[in-house]
Design a protein around this ligand. Structure first.
Ligand code: SF4
Length: 81
């Protein structure tokens, strides 16, 4: 099983840690065009993720109660959580 996936969205890199995600869905509520559950009940990127704004993505990463989502800037600095 792949333990994490990353996607570049604007100047951010968003990482999903698939081993940490427990499926609460707070990130989906915060950024519904960026994230959805996959068949395993773990959060995944949507094809529409590019439409989500920077602040919304950072808020979604901060919303995760188990820190399964991380946002980095284009110099690799962690912005959230
Ligand atoms: S908020 Fe965190 S635990 Fe919940 S679905 Fe999103 S990544 Fe998974």
């Amino acid at each position: 099983m792949i333990d994490h996936v990353e996607r570049r969205i604007g100047d951010l890199t968003i990482r999903i840690d698939r081993l940490l995600c427990v499926g609460f869905g707070d990130c989906i509520a915060a950024a519904p065009e960026a994230f959805a559950f996959d068949d395993d009940g773990i959060v995944a990127f949507l094809d529409t993720a590019d439409r989500t704004g920077r602040e919304e993505l950072i808020r979604a990463c901060q919303a995760c109660p188990v820190d399964a989502l991380t946002a980095f800037d284009n110099e690799g600095r962690r912005l959230a959580p």
